[in-house]
Write a protein of this length. Structure first.
Length: 236
C-alpha cells in the first residue's frame, strides 16, 4: 500500500504569466512554462488562476479531448464557441466545456468593464473523440447554504454540471471564519484556495496555495479570519 502524503504548493511556487491584459498564475506546466515534475496531479492537468483586464480576453482558439471547467470569482466572462453556444459566466455559475473531437471558443471580459477573476481547470476525459459540448448551471443557493457543493461531476451528483470523467468530482465551498467542511479522501485530492485563507488540519493555506493529497482519508478544512473560497478536486 502507498503511504498517505500531503504536499503544499505555495502561491509563489506557481508559474507566472503577465501579458498586461492577463495576469495568470499556473499550478502546473502551461504554455511556455514547463517543468517535467509539474505536469499535473492525478487527472488534473491545468489549474490557472487568471485576472483578465477590461477589454481583454482569449480570442478564438481550439481544444481537443479535454474537460474544461471555468469558475468565476469576480466579474463576468463572455463565452462563445463553435457549437453555437453564447453566454456569460458569473460567480456562482458552474460551467463545463467538453472539447471532445474538437472545439473552438473565445472567452472575453464581458462589459461593463471591470477585471474578471477566474480559475480555469482542465481534466483528462475518460473517453476521447466525443461530440463537443457545453453546460452551465447556477449553484449560488447551494453555496450560500454552506458545506462542500458539487460543481462538476462524472458521477451524477445532483446540481453539478456533467464531466466526461467518471473518476473526478469538483467541489466548492465558501467558508466563513471558523466554518469547517470535511475534504473527502481519495487517491488524488487537490485543494486550491481561490480566495481568503483556510486551515487544512494544522496546515495554513493562504490565497493561491494548493494542497495535494495522495491516498488520504477525510481531512477537516476550516475558514480563516477573512473566510475562504476553496475548490477541491476529488479523483480516484
Amino acid at each position: 500500500m502507498t503511504a498517505p502524503t500531503v504536499t503544499v504548493r505555495q502561491p509563489h511556487e506557481r508559474f507566472h504569466t503577465d501579458l498586461g491584459w492577463l495576469d495568470s498564475w499556473h499550478s502546473f506546466s502551461f504554455g511556455r512554462h514547463y517543468d517535467p515534475n509539474e505536469t499535473g496531479f492525478g487527472l488534473l492537468v491545468v489549474n490557472n488562476d487568471d485576472l483578465v483586464a477590461p477589454g481583454g480576453g482569449f480570442s478564438p482558439h481550439s481544444h481537443r479531448d479535454m474537460e474544461i471547467v471555468t469558475w468565476v470569482l469576480d466579474g463576468e466572462l463572455a463565452h462563445a464557441d463553435s457549437t453555437g453556444t453564447d453566454g456569460v459566466i458569473r460567480p456562482g455559475l458552474a460551467q463545463r466545456m467538453s472539447a471532445g473531437r474538437g472545439i473552438t471558443h473565445s472567452e472575453m471580459n464581458a462589459p461593463p468593464a471591470g477585471p474578471v477573476h477566474l480559475v480555469q481547470m482542465w481534466v483528462q476525459p475518460d473517453t476521447t473523440g466525443i461530440d463537443p459540448g457545453y453546460e452551465q448551471c447556477d449553484i449560488s443557493d447551494a453555496l450560500a447554504a454552506g458545506g462542500l457543493v458539487p460543481v462538476a461531476s462524472g458521477q451524477g451528483h445532483e446540481g453539478a454540471v456533467h464531466i466526461h470523467q467518471r473518476d473526478a468530482v469538483l467541489w466548492a465551498a465558501r467558508l466563513a471564519d471558523g466554518a469547517t467542511v470535511e475534504v473527502p479522501g481519495g487517491g488524488h485530492v487537490h485543494v486550491f484556495v481561490a480566495r481568503g485563507e483556510a486551515d487544512l488540519g494544522e496546515r495554513r493555506l493562504v490565497r493561491g496555495a494548493a494542497a495535494r493529497l495522495t491516498d488520504t482519508g477525510p481531512v477537516e478544512l476550516t475558514g480563516g479570519p477573512e473566510g475562504a473560497e476553496v475548490l477541491v478536486w476529488q479523483m480516484a
